[in-house]
Ligand binder design. Sequence first.
Ligand code: EPZ
Length: 416
Amino acid sequence: MHKLAIQGGNRLNGEVRISGAKNAALPILCASLLTPDSLHLDNVPELNDVATMRKLLQQMGVKIEQSAGQLVLSAADIDKPEAPYDMVKTMRAAILVLGPLVTRFGEALVSLPGGCAIGSRPVDLHIKGLQAMGAEIHIEHGYIHARAKRLKGARIFFDLVSVTGTENLMMAAVLADGVTVLENAAREPEVVDLAQCLIAMGARIEGAGSDTISIAGVEKLHGASHRIMPDRIESGTFLVAATAAGGDITLTDARADILDNVLEKLHEAGAVIQVAGSTINLKMNRRPRAVNLRTAPYPAFPTDMQAQFMAMNTIAEGSAMVVETIFENRFMHVQELRRLGAQIDIEGNTAVIKGCAQLEGATIMATDLRASACLVIAGLVAQGETVVDRIYHLDRGYEHIEAKLSVLGARIRRVK
Ligand code: EPZ
């Protein structure tokens, strides 16, 4: 079990390059299933989740060549349209093979993802949408068995905004017979990145990025090249870390236009931010002010940034209220922060954080991906040494985070 040992108290200064977005790369890797031709991807982040997805696709029969952040995927023929439990349980995003497999091969056997630390995370909307498009679905022994001669276009209304639900059904619709309209669709930038890749492959999609996406099915998709967009959550994580610890950092290969909600909150906390093309500079020379947060689907404040901001709020001036409206159990980091001396009260999906002058280092445990980023930020500002355990959660979504933070001046090392 790897751990991170962090000596708190250093400011963060310097430049860090932002990697490709995990939550764009995962659906886009699955898009390779939609064509027999080769899909060339660039700027693919080297993350455990991406490695898991690669393994899953290769197990199905997809040929994958890799060199650094470049992948070439060819799904000429699949011998096993299956996603087994042992793969899906470690990475829920494996559900994203369902739509592509059914629409291209007419059949899929995908394990129901288990819940995870942050919530039960059902996939009922994915299944309902496929049924609306004519798929015959049986759920038995923990597996989704889906079959369809050819999916038909349909009008699908999402009761809840679902990012991977939107992505799964958008991919299912690109080879369906007729037009599919997704209403109350997710507007996340990663949905737009997937749509752009699919359009490059010959799909006919309008409205990606809005809450109504229409897809006119075509007979066949061809190969294409696509560069994965920068990771807005990794960007936000480094910016919050510098706001909490103080300093002067510059993100490169980043995109500010998809971070309005996060930049606005950092400005409120007292950070000075300058954007120039694909660089974002942040200066922080004061104790952060506490900021209230309410998570909601894009373009509102992202749930994936809630834990990181909470770490900043624990040492901010004043009190803050954080409301988590997306997942039912995304406060797992709170009890770990309390071990460092944070003053946080929870009432249902609302946490009230009273900023204190100083956190004290201690040994704490990561529970999920973004919670682990929160604990690293807390370790950067706590007095003395903080050891964060179970950081395999962190490696799922952050490329070489301790190396990037060390370059910025943090005293952080991985201990086996
Ligand atoms: C995506 O998860 C992201 N993962 C999550 O990022 C992110 O937190 C989440 O969207 C919200 O932005 C990927 O893109 C791979 P949802 P997803 O479907 O698609 C409920 C990270 O840290 N729901 O938008 O699984 C669900 O329970 C990860 O990188 C249903 O009820 O989330 C949740 O309450 C964590 N039925 C809400 O909708 C369904 O069929 C939003 O979930 C689907 C979802």
